[in-house]
Design a protein around this ligand. Structure first.
Ligand SMILES: NC(=O)c1ccc[n+]([C@@H]2O[C@H](COP(=O)([O-])OP(=O)(O)OC[C@H]3O[C@@H](n4cnc5c(N)ncnc54)[C@H](O)[C@@H]3O)[C@@H](O)[C@H]2O)c1
Length: 280
């Protein structure tokens, strides 16, 4: 899909960070946009701001953990714009701690949003993407999808490995059954967003992890990201290029991603135990 003008894009996690930047970038291309997020207030604000600059935009509160919410979002998109061409499964959260301290509910929350949210999105929108005659799916993973060993982040890492496995498999499957539908996966490192504040969306009744190591890790990621993180608009720019060029991997932190994969290859070929990662 070279010309995005007039096409329809749906983005989950669109009220903040990378999702918000993708929507803005799509709007710059003249696309019509559908914003979905679990946080209603920033979602409505984003829609209002887009409409004020003349963009055809609608928003809907969606919890990506719920397949029915995604089905309703697909129906809303078709009712409003008649088609869908680009789907970005981007909503994500992080919760963790030292392995034995992580409550069962935290595992389910992170896997349900980061992994099943992506599966739910693909399942709900695939028929409409197929009907449009051409389309593109963009799933947001992370450098964490190729880089294990981040302290206190086992659920996040596992969820992003799962997104990568699923997305690669989907790409192979669609290349055979629906070659007109492209697939990309984003593997960003640090990006200046509200990710380290994702506990704001923690489901009611789910206990937090009080371990001091968790706070140390999250504070460390926050300050490293504030210092060195990419602006989300840079990620959005790479996404638009990937859709145009039909690239699968969107490596916004290319060298870090390649180094991580190389490290795993060394563990395999050298029969080594996984060692602590360089980035902490
Ligand atoms: N910021 C980074 O450094 C970084 C690095 C790698 C990957 N990522 C990934 O980028 C994606 C976007 O995160 P971000 O960094 O922009 O963070 P962010 O917190 O700024 O944005 C995430 C958005 O997802 C929404 N969300 C959370 N749970 C949801 C749910 N159940 N249903 C619908 N929406 C929900 C949030 O309300 C928020 O608007 C995530 O998948 C994250 O894992 C971020």
């Amino acid at each position: 899909m070279k010309d995005l003008s007039g096409r329809v894009a749906v983005v989950t996690g669109a009220a903040s960070g990378i999702g918000r930047a993708m929507v803005e970038r799509f709007a710059d291309e003249g696309m019509r946009v559908v914003l979905a997020d679990v946080e209603n207030e920033p979602l409505q604000q984003a829609v209002t701001e887009l409409q004020a600059r003349g963009v055809d935009a609608v928003g809907r509160r969606v919890d990506v953990r719920d397949p029915e919410d995604l089905e309703n979002l697909a129906n809303l998109t078709l009712r409003t714009f008649g088609a869908v061409h680009v789907l970005c499964n981007n909503a994500g959260v992080d919760a963790g701690g030292p392995f034995e301290d992580i409550p069962d509910g935290a595992w389910h929350w992170v896997m349900d949003v980061n992994f099943f949210g992506v599966v739910n999105g693909c399942r709900a929108f695939l028929p409409a993407l197929r009907a449009a005659g051409e389309g593109h799916i963009v799933n947001t993973a992370s450098l964490a999808a190729v880089n294990s060993g981040m302290r206190t982040m086992a659920p996040y890492i596992a969820s992003k490995f799962a997104v990568l496995g699923f997305t690669e498999n989907l790409a192979v499957e669609l290349a055979e059954s629906d070659p007109q539908i492209g697939v990309s996966i984003i593997l960003p490192g640090g990006v200046k967003t509200r990710m380290t504040d994702s506990e704001r969306n923690r489901p009611e009744g789910l206990p937090g992890t009080e371990h001091p190591l968790r706070k140390e890790v999250v504070d460390g990621i926050r300050s490293a990201t504030e210092r060195d993180g990419l602006d989300p608009s840079t990620v959005a720019e790479s996404v638009v290029s990937a859709i145009r060029d039909q690239s699968f991997y969107v490596l916004t932190h290319r060298q870090l991603a390649l180094d991580s994969v190389k490290r795993r290859l060394e563990w395999m070929t050298g029969d080594q135990q996984p060692l602590p990662r360089i980035l902490r």
